[in-house]
Every structure is written in C-alpha cells, then in structure tokens.
Design a protein around this ligand. Structure first.
Ligand SMILES: Cc1cc2nc3c(=O)[nH]c(=O)nc-3n(C[C@H](O)[C@H](O)[C@H](O)COP(=O)(O)O)c2cc1C
Length: 174
C-alpha cells in the first residue's frame, strides 16, 4: 500500500478513549479497536495482517523503535511517546503503553498489546524537540550517533534515567 503524504494537520483526540491494537510476535497487526480505526482512517481489512509500521510517521526517529523492540524482546514492557500518521496524511501524538503477551503454558512471547492515550501539549513540545534532534542526527550521521545523543541526553537527567522511565517521568510531571 502506498504511504500517505504527511500534512501539517493534527487530529484532535478524545481524552476518554484509548486507541488499542495488538500484534503477533513479529509486529503484524492482529487486532485494532474501533477508535484506532476511526483515528487512523484505516478499516479492519486494511489493518489486520499488516506490519504496525503502516502508521509510522516519517518524523519518528529510528532509535525510538530500536529501543522499543530491544526492550520488548528482553521481556520488558515499555511506555513511549509516538507520533503516528493517519491515512489522510494528518498526525496524532499519543502516549503508548506496550505490553507483552505470553502463552500461559510455554510462557513464550506470542504477541504485544498497545494502549494509547492523549498527552498534554507541553509533553508533545518537549518530545517533539528531542525527536527532531534525533532525526536530524540520524539523517546526517546515522542511527548510532542518534543513540549516543539520546544516551547523553538521558545521562544529563540523572544516573538512573533510561528511555523507559524518562517517558514516564515526562508524562507524569509535565
Ligand atoms: C503492539 C505494537 C504496537 C505498535 N504501535 C505502533 C504505532 O502506533 N506506531 C508506530 O509507528 N509503530 C508502532 N509499532 C512499532 C512498529 O512495529 C515498527 O517498529 C515501527 O513502526 C517502525 O517501523 P520500522 O521498524 O519498519 O522502521 C508498534 C509495535 C507493536 C509491537
């Protein structure tokens, strides 16, 4: 499917609704709730079986997804701020809680669950600045350098700060 061309128009989200989806272990969509479909503009047939990157926005730095997958593969849940691309080219920012789903008997990872809600304009501003910088470094110097920048950025915030808890902190305090 052809990727939509991004336009500079934000979709307003309803604070009462969660945008929910589930994937298999490889990140292919197995479930999307009604609100996911309403906001993304894709219907069930267009979503189920597709890689979740169908709504990836080009403003998102690669390092964020690298850290997301590394964390999930280590068996840890993670929360991340994400900018998504709707079918009509508009965008929406959300705070996403990623959760691992395991087979009850074998305990093997069988998929992932993502639940998303709105974030304040202030949080978006902080994160958008950080992601912009990361993307700029990625384009000019590569993903490794953007990772270096992110590590330094986190270190400046404190010794015990990592990508997962900075997202929670930013979300909680701003
Ligand atoms: C449960 C789950 C939900 C996801 N939700 C999103 C999402 O809303 N937006 C997004 O861009 N990527 C999402 N991803 C990450 C994608 O799988 C993918 O890594 C990302 O879009 C980057 O695409 P790429 O790895 O092809 O570069 C999700 C992954 C999982 C496991």
């Amino acid at each position: 499917m052809q990727k939509p061309t991004p336009i500079d128009e934000e979709i307003k989200l309803d604070t009462k609704h969660y945008i929910v989806s589930e994937t298999d272990a490889k990140g292919k969509i197995t479930y999307a709730n009604d609100y996911f479909m309403e906001i993304s503009g894709y219907n069930k047939e267009e979503l189920i079986g597709q890689p979740h990157s169908i709504i990836r926005h080009p403003d998102m730095p690669k390092i964020v997804f690298k850290l997301l997958w590394e964390t999930l593969k280590q068996g840890k849940n993670i929360n991340t701020v994400v900018k998504n691309l709707a079918k009509d080219g508009r965008y929406y920012w959300i705070f996403t809680e990623f959760e691992i789903r395991r087979d009850k008997e074998s305990n093997k990872i069988i998929g992932y669950h993502a639940s998303r809600k709105t974030i304040s304009k202030h949080v978006v501003e902080i994160i958008a600045d950080l992601y912009k910088k990361l993307l700029e470094i990625e384009k000019n110097e590569g993903v490794e350098q953007s990772e270096e920048y992110l590590i330094l950025f986190l270190k400046e915030k404190g010794d015990d700060v990592n990508f997962t808890n900075i997202m929670e902190e930013i979300h909680r305090f701003y």
